[in-house]
Ligand binder design. Sequence first.
Ligand code: ACO
Length: 323
Amino acid sequence: MIRSVIQGCGAYLPEKIVTNAELATKVETSDEWIQQRTGIRQRHIAADGEFTSHLATKAAQRALDASGVKASDLDLIVLATATPDETFPATATRVQAALGMTRGSAFDVQAVCAGFIYSLSVADSMIKNGIASTALVIGAETFSRILDWNDRGTCVLFGDGAGAVVLKAEQGQGTSHDRGILAHALHSDGRQHDILYVDGGPSSTRTTGYLRMEGKEVFKHAVVNMAAVVGEVLEKAGLTPADIDWLVPHQANKRIIDGTGRKLGLPPGRVVLTVDKHANTSAASIPLALESAVSDGRIKRGDLLLLEGIGGGLAWGASLVRW
Ligand code: ACO
């Protein structure tokens, strides 16, 4: 059985850091309020002229270096973003050109904060179907560009960044002991559009628009849907919460992450948390969290990782990966 095995990962965060205290000089908020409600202490913000494709290319190059894979070996790039450089073409093609990759295919996936899980699933399916054998999966965002900086209910929550993994087709035994991606579960519910969306777009308003959110509603859906989808993906793989070594969740809010960790019976030390330093980087948050725990040696070969996330759509999902 063909498995998509993660060879390595990479991350990139813009240089500029904005603390809660700095935000409090611009909107009526406080470090205490933001930390208490979300766990966020700071976020990285892209510089003028620094686009999603630039962040993505840097993270992708680091993932290639960590994997010992050359750009010329790649035959697929799937890039998750809700903040593309341009309406078209896909930001993935910008990354393809910047890396010097001239064959295969490159395209974007739009599933907002669930984008990395969706992209991992698309790339895994293409590898299993023989359409690709060496793939880059990237989550990259510049959410700072779609924030209403006068809306304290949303502007304090997000940051910019990018993370990437390299997948390669390898032969597995078809058991849960195989290295690589073991299972996915994906969902969406378009009826929930109005609780989290951007009020602009090329077809509707011919503007880029700003993020709009009913935070309390999103919070409720996140807790319920995350609890359900982690159970579903474990069942698909024939595994139980006791088998999980690391929860690598989308980093929206520490309270949502703590809730999922508790539901799985995981001690806090087994949950990768970066929301304090990165804030919510949408599609980039899972690969950024993954890279942090791989590079500091917490995640080791053979560990079972549960990746999960939810965002606008609503769209949500989970993946089980044997590192
Ligand atoms: N600073 C100070 N006060 C604030 C701020 C702020 N930044 N933002 C809102 N408030 C005020 C509100 O105006 C309100 O004041 P009022 O009582 O006088 O009307 C009060 O704080 C409470 O506001 P709520 O919105 O009810 O606060 P809540 O406890 O729900 O926390 C939050 C808000 C943090 C957004 C929470 O609902 C949440 O985390 N929701 C999940 C949303 C999320 O993470 N979205 C990310 C995208 S989707 C995803 O990635 C999962």
